[in-house]
Design a protein around this ligand. Structure first.
Ligand SMILES: *[C@@H]1O[C@H](CO)[C@@H](O)[C@H](O)[C@H]1NC(C)=O
Length: 189
């Protein structure tokens, strides 16, 4: 296990990538900006532009907790569907989900998230509203993974992962209350 971690770390270093990444995958022709909001005390992450049908991989700091939303070119910058994450949390587990709690009417931004290698579990959907995103404060749709490279789709609807997400009971860990309620994830408007 240790050797595998070292090998992965070396591979990541060779690629110039950090410990944690989020790969933003555009699924349509729309250019978007993606805006990150960290919890208090978290390092700021610069806004990135993801062009239509392109991908951008963002390095995320160790232990970063916060969220992001996507804004289509020409649209007002306002929070939408959120990608939420808590990297390197308890026991090294990373928690993530797609949340509609701030703006459930955004059906063109953040769509779905999953760990890059195992591709499960996933959160969010290709078409909203759906049952696999987190809508209400007491909705627990937070997913957990031991991977640190996540994929987050933006827009479109032609994703190959149209099947219902698989929830892996072994990784369905209890998430801290402040994350579940959204209190730990302030969105600055
Ligand atoms: C973007 O990433 C997805 C998922 O990893 C991949 O299938 C696709 O080929 C990539 N597209 C580009 C333009 O690199």
């Amino acid at each position: 296990m240790k050797f595998i971690s070292i090998a992965l770390a070396l591979a990541a270093a060779a690629l110039g990538r950090g410990e944690n990444t989020v790969k933003l995958v555009s699924q349509d022709s729309v250019d978007r900006t993606v805006h990150f909001t960290g919890n208090p005390g978290m390092p700021a992450i610069e806004t990135v532009t993801v062009r239509g049908h392109q991908n951008v991989t963002v390095d995320m700091p160790h232990g970063w907790i916060g969220n992001w939303f996507a804004v289509s070119r020409g649209a007002a910058v306002a929070p939408g569907m959120l990608g939420e994450v808590a990297f390197n949390s308890w026991g090294g587990v990373t928690f993530f989900d797609v949340s509609a709690i701030v703006n459930a009417h955004d059906h063109v931004g953040v769509k779905k998230m999953w760990p890059a290698a195992s591709r499960k579990p996933s959160s969010g959907c290709d078409a909203f509203p759906c049952a696999f995103a987190y809508y209400l404060p007491d909705d627990v749709q937070t997913q957990a993974t031991r991977e640190t490279d996540l994929i987050c789709t933006l827009g479109g609807g032609g994703d190959a992962r149209n099947a219902a997400p698989v929830v892996d009971a072994a990784t369905a860990l209890v998430f801290p209350r402040e994350f579940v309620t959204g209190r730990g994830l302030p969105v600055q408007i």
